[in-house]
Design a protein around this ligand. Structure first.
Ligand SMILES: [Fe+2]
Length: 332
């Protein structure tokens, strides 16, 4: 073995040791599998259709690839009919898009995706391409019908509301009233208006369940400080005839900045929803929770968030000359 190879080996070993001793680096592959029934209104349409929900993969430097492949293995082991992923596929750059494609391509069931704020920050078009290449269908303010045997389910995807890309009118256009529908929206609070438009179950992410849920800290950080009504888990109602609907906010798989996850509710998560099953027919992780008061972002905040996407795109343009940013700059 050459001198350089020995030093490189030692460096890797040291990095591994430091990572294992660093309580802030959670390379843990501990996941929680959570299982719920769908809304009652699906009982007349569906005999039993299993949806797996993943969110916030954040394929990149912060989350070990072993974690991504564990998520895929657990998803496939649950034998879902459909897999839905509600955004934040990357962190800050386009460096890991081939890895993202590989992860998505290893999911056995049909995959439907909507984008999140990090996807827009990193460059939405290349992220879309990576997802398509992996075999996913990306629903940008659009809907589609999936056929599983003789059962049909509409899936609607709202583009990211955080960065101002959600267009509900466009997403809902042409939606059929005679077929059951589920929605995808990175931001959970968008569910309120989707319920009113006849989408009784929405899958979301973005919050990572607060990542630190000991002493209910996530309710303070994500609920009170960040102003989210829906922090983690199931909210709303799945009852028939109820004017509301339900939203499920997943804890996510990865992280973009701080990798730490502390507390039971903060664990990495794959959730399974049994559509066509009566709520209460089997043990669920928890029932519908009361929403937090929440706080809508001001116009100024919305404009600042939209500007951030433009600024990052301009920065890529300046750096690469073609706006792709592939393989350059930030590596997370
Ligand atoms: Fe995220």
């Amino acid at each position: 073995m050459g001198k350089n190879a020995t030093i490189e080996g030692l460096r890797k070993f040291r990095k591994k040791l430091l990572r294992e001793r660093d309580p802030w680096h959670d390379a843990s592959r501990r996941f929680r599998i959570r299982r719920f029934a769908g809304p009652e209104c699906f009982l007349e349409h569906l005999e039993g259709l299993r949806v797996a929900h993943l969110t916030d993969l954040h394929v990149g430097r912060v989350t070990p690839m072993a974690v991504q492949y564990d998520a895929v293995a657990m998803t496939n082991a649950g034998n879902p009919d459909v897999v839905v992923i509600s955004g934040d596929f990357v962190c800050h750059s386009q460096v890991y898009l081939d890895d993202l494609t590989d992860v998505i391509s290893k999911i056995d069931a049909p995959v439907f995706a909507s984008l999140g704020n990090h996807d827009h920050w990193a460059g939405a078009e290349p992220v879309r391409k990576a997802l398509l290449k992996g075999g996913a269908e990306v629903l940008d303010n659009a809907h589609t019908v999936v056929e599983i045997g003789h059962q049909r389910l509409q899936i609607l995807g709202l583009d990211d509301a955080y960065t101002g890309h959600a267009d509900r009118g466009r997403a809902l256009k042409g939606l059929r009233e005679d077929l059951p529908v589920i929605g995808l929206s990175h931001i959970g609070e968008e569910a309120d208006a989707l319920w009113e438009a006849g989408v009784p179950l929405v899958f979301s992410g973005h919050t990572h369940a607060g990542q630190i849920t000991v002493a209910r800290l996530h309710e303070l950080s994500v609920g009170k400080l960040a102003g989210h009504k829906y922090v983690h888990g199931l909210y709303g109602s799945r009852g028939v005839g109820d004017p509301e609907g339900a939203v499920y906010v997943g804890a996510g798989v990865g992280a973009a900045v701080v990798p730490l996850r502390l507390g039971e509710r903060a664990k990495r998560e794959v959730a399974f929803f049994e559509l066509g099953e009566q709520p209460g027919a089997f043990d669920e992780h928890h029932g519908e929770q009361p929403a937090h008061p929440g706080r809508k972002p001001s116009l100024k905040t919305k404009e600042r968030r939209a500007q951030a996407v433009r600024r990052k795109a301009q920065k890529r343009e300046r750096r690469d000359g073609n706006g792709s940013g592939r393989g350059a700059g930030l590596d997370s």
